[in-house]
Design a protein around this ligand. Structure first.
Ligand code: GKR
Ligand code: MG
Length: 415
């Protein structure tokens, strides 16, 4: 079955003012929705990937070159993608190429599943679990955007700028979604504030493992001190310092497992990280590890070297969530609850409701053909109109925070 067309639709959707080590989320988050149309027109494979304009430009170069290729030939399609993006200026990096491979592979797998009547997890080797636990992704946040939300809807979450605010946010996430573990996004306040927040979460929810992720905001000495204080409090500490060498120095002095989605983000970075014993958990992410099959392969590799496997997320919608869920279903080595931003953005999804419902903090793996989710074309059109109207083309957390604090310096490590 051959590919007739790849339709690429950039979308924008409201996002709350969530703080991180580089700034704050803008009123709109960006994504790209892919529709891979096959010859007979009845089968359309879905995909979702980054909304940044550079990725979009690369996808647009690739789209016409896919026409006529077999949708099952995903390995050969990587060569087609590489040849197509060679025309890009500036020349794409290996990471940029891999992100395009990932996006195309997911749309192909969805189409293959629809053609064969099998869920994507079957195409990945079969499901080893039927439900996938996710963690509550907690953010320090402002009560509202300075100029209000993009669509004028009042922010239902309220402010969370200290330990009490974070415990309130966590309680609400747990009440609404049933999450059984907590991820705290740090790197926003001085480390002692974030240590106090992690401790408060642990005390308020003693049965919920807590992880903390300051996205490389600390120096090695600071990270060593925080790790010593949080041993026994956290299940893992994610990217306390930038770079694999710093991670190795911190890891050498603590029993707390160190996790990363920043310093090991591709297969060619694994050997050095292993040699240095720099990370004890890798966060997979099919959007940049090369797709769903590569994510399953990463599980094998992690197991080989005794490294744990978790899953990273970024602001996303339901096609990505479905793909993450299928990857998790087919990866035996993935034993941590996965990250997801979905509670922050899911109200603006482009897939029809009914499939992606959290029960006890977990998603049932969709059993329908392909990814098992259906596109809501009206919602897609609305989100695309917002994209066009907004004029936004790249994510800029730092620039947005600077509107409020013009002297804001995003240089890391900060503490
Ligand atoms: O959404 C955010 O602000 C996160 O900080 C995200 O950009 C990170 O990529 C991510 O979730 C992480 O775990 O580092
Ligand atoms: Mg992280």
């Amino acid at each position: 079955m051959r590919i007739r067309e790849l339709i690429i639709t950039p979308v924008a959707f409201p996002d709350p003012p969530l703080l991180n080590s580089s700034g704050v989320h803008e009123p709109l988050a960006l994504r790209t929705v892919l529709r891979l149309v096959l010859d007979d027109d009845a089968i359309v494979g879905l995909g979702e990937s980054s909304g940044d304009v550079r990725h979009l430009d690369l996808l647009r170069l690739v789209a016409p070159r896919l026409v006529g290729h077999d949708v099952f030939a995903t390995t050969a399609l990587r060569t087609v993608v590489d040849a197509a993006v060679n025309d890009a200026l500036p020349a794409p990096t290996a990471r940029e190429r891999t992100a395009v491979h990932s996006a195309i592979e997911v749309a192909c797998l969805d189409a293959q599943g629809r053609l064969t009547g099998r869920p994507v997890y079957d195409l990945l080797g079969g499901a080893v679990r039927t439900t996938i636990p996710y963690s509550a992704y907690l953010f320090y946040k402002w009560a509202d955007h300075p100029d209000g939300a993009y669509d004028g809807t009042p922010d239902p979450w309220g402010e969370a700028l200290d330990a009490d605010g974070m415990v309130t946010q966590a309680r609400r996430m747990i009440d609404e979604y049933g999450f059984g573990s907590l991820k705290l996004k740090g790197g926003v306040f001085p480390p002692d504030v974030e240590i106090a927040t992690a401790r408060a979460l642990r005390a308020a929810f003693p049965d919920h493992p807590v992880r903390l992720d300051p996205n490389g905001a600390w120096t090695v000495p600071t990270a060593k001190r925080v790790a010593a204080e949080l041993e026994g409090v956290l299940e893992y500490l994610e990217d306390p310092v930038p770079g694999v060498d710093g991670m190795a120095e911190v890891a050498a002095g603590t029993d707390l497992p160190l996790a990363t989605n920043m310093c090991v983000v591709a297969f060619d970075q694994v050997p050095r990280a292993v040699r240095l014993d720099a990370v004890q958990v890798i966060l997979s992410d099919h959007h940049y590890w090369g797709g769903l099959r590569q994510t399953v392969a990463l599980g094998t590799l992690c197991d080989t070297f005794g490294i744990g496997l978790s899953m990273h997320s970024n602001s996303h919608l339901g096609i990505s969530l479905a793909a993450m869920t299928h990857a998790a279903a087919a990866t035996p080595e993935l034993t941590y609850a996965c990250d997801t931003h979905y509670p922050w953005n899911g109200a603006y999804d482009v897939v029809r409701p009914g499939v992606l419902n959290f029960v006890d903090g977990a998603l049932e793996v969709p059993t329908g053909p392909g990814l098992g989710v259906e596109l809501d074309l009206d919602a897609l059109e609305r989100r695309h109109e917002d994209y066009v109207r907004s004029g936004r083309r790249v994510r800029d957390d730092t620039g947005y925070l600077r509107r409020v604090r013009p002297d804001y310096d995003p240089t890391l490590p900060r503490w």
